[in-house]
Design a protein around this ligand. Structure first.
Ligand SMILES: Cc1cc2nc3c(=O)[nH]c(=O)nc-3n(C[C@H](O)[C@H](O)[C@H](O)COP(=O)(O)O)c2cc1C
Length: 200
């Protein structure tokens, strides 16, 4: 996917607001609001990464997503990465888009990501329809069980896929991190360019 070269409107907004420090830390929990009610013409966009990283390879994939999302050419997008067991419904309500990362465990998403969904599902069900999401999966085999299990739950939440799942299967290869880097950059750039059709 390619994006038109951005105007500097986003840079202007970012500078004018001075709200995003690109640290990935969310400093104003009291301001967490329903994502679809935020006036996107006035605020930074928020990208949430909820990634289970139980091994060096999955840590490298999560870090590649983060690096891509925080690319220096992308303006006005605040990125926050949270482990699934630490993520809460307010994190999701804060987000304008979400990237989910997991290993495949026993033919399913990781228990940690499942626990995340168990806790956020009902608090978010009526408040995040249409939330743009993407996922990446690390699996020794084919990863389809993990993918299906996530698709089933986000289908219930009525989240909207905006990127083909990144499947890193079989032996680990550098291309896994490259694909994750591209994923993070693509979703962040899409938020910057407002191509996901955020409601105003
Ligand atoms: C308890 C457990 C269950 C697993 N189940 C599956 C599985 O069902 N399918 C699969 O492809 N890989 C499975 N794996 C492999 C993990 O997906 C893989 O080790 C993990 O993504 C980390 O990748 P890495 O070994 O490259 O660091 C399992 C690993 C563990 C520890």
């Amino acid at each position: 996917m390619t994006f038109p070269k951005m105007t500097r409107i986003a840079r202007y907004r970012h500078g004018a607001l001075g709200a995003s420090d690109h640290s990935g830390r969310y400093h104003e929990p009291g301001l967490a609001r329903h994502w679809s009610t935020i006036d996107c013409s006035m605020t930074a966009k928020h990208l949430l990464i909820v990634a289970h990283a139980p091994s060096p390879n999955t840590e490298a994939m999560r870090d590649a997503v983060l690096r891509g999302a925080r690319d220096e050419d992308i303006d006005g997008v605040e990125v926050r990465a949270v482990a699934p067991l630490a993520a809460v419904a307010d994190d999701v309500l804060w987000a304008h888009a979400i990237i989910l990362g997991t290993s495949e465990n026993f033919g399913y998403m990781s228990g940690a990501l499942k626990d995340f969904f168990d806790r956020i599902y009902y608090p978010c069900l009526e408040r995040t329809p249409g939330l743009p999401y993407a996922m990446y999966i690390r699996a020794g085999n084919d990863g389809t069980g993990a993918r299906r299990s996530i698709e089933r739950i986000v289908g219930g939440l009525r989240w909207r896929s905006v990127h083909e799942p990144v499947m890193c299967v079989g032996p680990f290869a550098p291309s896994c991190c490259q694909a994750c880097h591209t994923l993070g950059m693509t979703i962040a750039a899409g938020l910057e360019a407002e191509i996901f059709g955020l409601r105003h």
